[in-house]
Design a protein around this ligand. Structure first.
Ligand code: URA
Length: 436
């Protein structure tokens, strides 16, 4: 196998055999194919697409690049949730402790920031000391002890995704249904779960902007999981505006703690309850979704979900003090309000631009080895349909350096569209459910 031949074939819209895909992924994971060749192949895939058999082969090759975990000796059902990514999407931090507090096991393998979207691992690492690089033994120990463990791809679990994910983040090669499917499912199928809830985002801040593309991706994910014997459901949810009021790693941890404490923004709370309810339902902990939602609210109201979060943080080496006092998290030294140049109603938001603004402030990576600044981010004051008067803040930038502040400000300012009439259509939180 010569990598250059496979790149040229995909460039020319050809199809690769399963054998060739397996060889390419194995060679890249070993370090025998360099980043520049893999980047070229990934870009050819983004532009030319992959057939169903190619996607299946890629998912399998990435899954079996590492170990597939087996927790069948643990009595409770194992369930997980994964999002295709968006701005301010922090639901994993809330849902994982809720579902573990409700008696199911949540072995969660997550990713870092990807393109303009934030990542669970970067968010968790903003908690001082929190270790997201668990060995298999540590992963099992934390899962057995408290019902939930949160880790990243490692040299042992989904190593191919670990390398390819970091490359896609900085090479403009995220937006491919096949690559997203292989990336997500190679992690999720390695977890030893019984059931999986997928949150497939659509809208201006999602990788699949058009609803038809998101539906296609959801179908692909559900089909892949079902073929591998898992119970899978995909919720198609809105990403035409940020989820919650905050984007940025430490700021999102703080907002998640608010939700676990019974507060937080309504949209974030509602989506967390819905996703957790599906996990309880697929995990056969409840008989109906209504029961699942009630259980989730009760676990928040009783403080058990927040306590579970504290337990996870402690077991993974993090500073548990942040749970009672989120001010212990990193925060930016300075803030700047981005104000509205005119009055009216917010009619739409170019949500991706808000995510890019966060990256530009240092909240994400533009090159593979960039260091994240955990304290920076954006706080959102206006949602679609809100009335705005001239000079009123649309959002606030939290920053530590002036260097690219103007760029971030411009991105944020131009992300909001105004009209004189209140928009008739407000995006719903959830469009539809696929695979139920
Ligand atoms: N989440 C992942 O794990 N991978 C992707 O490609 C997109 C979202």
């Amino acid at each position: 196998m010569r990598a250059v031949d496979l790149i040229r074939r995909k460039r020319d819209s050809g199809e690769l055999t399963a054998e060739e895909i397996h060889q390419l992924i194995a060679a890249y994971t070993r370090g025998d194919v360099p980043d520049y060749q893999m980047s070229a192949w990934l870009m050819a895939v983004v532009l030319r697409g992959m057939s169903r058999p190619e996607i299946a082969a890629l998912t399998e090759a990435m899954l079996f690049s590492g170990r597939v975990l087996d927790f069948s000796d643990l009595a409770a059902r194992k369930v997980d949730k994964h999002s295709t990514g968006g701005v301010g999407d922090k639901t994993s931090l809330v849902i994982a402790p809720i579902v573990a507090a409700g008696g199911l096991k949540v072995p969660m393998i997550s990713g870092r920031g990807l393109g303009h979207s934030g990542g669970t691992l970067d968010k968790l690492e903003s908690i001082p000391g929190f270790n997201v690089n668990l060995t298999l033994a540590e992963f099992r120990h934390v899962l057995e002890t408290c019902g939930c463990a949160l880790t990243g791809q490692t040299a042992e679990i989904a190593p191919a995704d670990k390398k390819i994910y970091a490359l896609r983040d900085v090479t403009g090669t995220v937006e491919s249904p096949g690559l997203i499917c292989a990336s997500i499912m190679s992690k999720k199928l390695a977890e030893g779960i019984d059931a999986l809830v997928l949150d497939v985002k659509t809208g201006s801040g999602a990788f699949m902007r058009k609803i038809e593309d998101a539906e296609n991706l959801a179908g692909l994910l559900v089909e892949t999981g079902t073929r591998m014997g898992k119970k899978v459901v995909a919720l198609l949810t809105d990403m035409n505006q940020p989820l919650g009021r905050k984007a940025g790693n430490a700021m999102e941890v703080a907002e998640s703690i608010e939700v676990l404490g019974g507060g937080g923004p309504a949209d974030l709370r509602e989506l967390c309850l819905e996703l957790a309810a599906w996990m309880f339902f697929l995990g056969e902990r409840v008989k109906t979704l209504e029961e699942g939602k009630k259980l989730s609210s009760d676990l928040i109201a009783s403080g058990q979900a927040r306590e579970k979060f504290r337990e996870i943080v402690g077991l993974q080496g993090g500073d548990v003090g942040v749970v009672d006092d989120p001010h212990r998290l990193a925060h930016a030294r300075q803030t700047l309000d981005v104000v509205s140049p005119g009055g009216g109603f917010v009619s739409s938001i170019q949500c991706e631009q808000l995510g890019v603004a966060c990256v530009v402030l240092g909240g994400g990576r533009e090159k593979k080895d960039d260091q994240i600044d955990p304290g920076v981010g954006l706080e959102f004051h206006k949602r679609i349909g809100d009335a705005v008067v001239r000079g009123e803040p649309l959002c606030t930038l939290h920053y530590n350096s002036d260097e690219r502040l103007d760029e971030a400000r411009r991105l944020a300012e131009t992300a909001y569209r105004m009209e004189s009439e209140k928009p008739k259509f407000l995006p719903p939180l959830i469009y539809r459910v696929i695979g139920a």
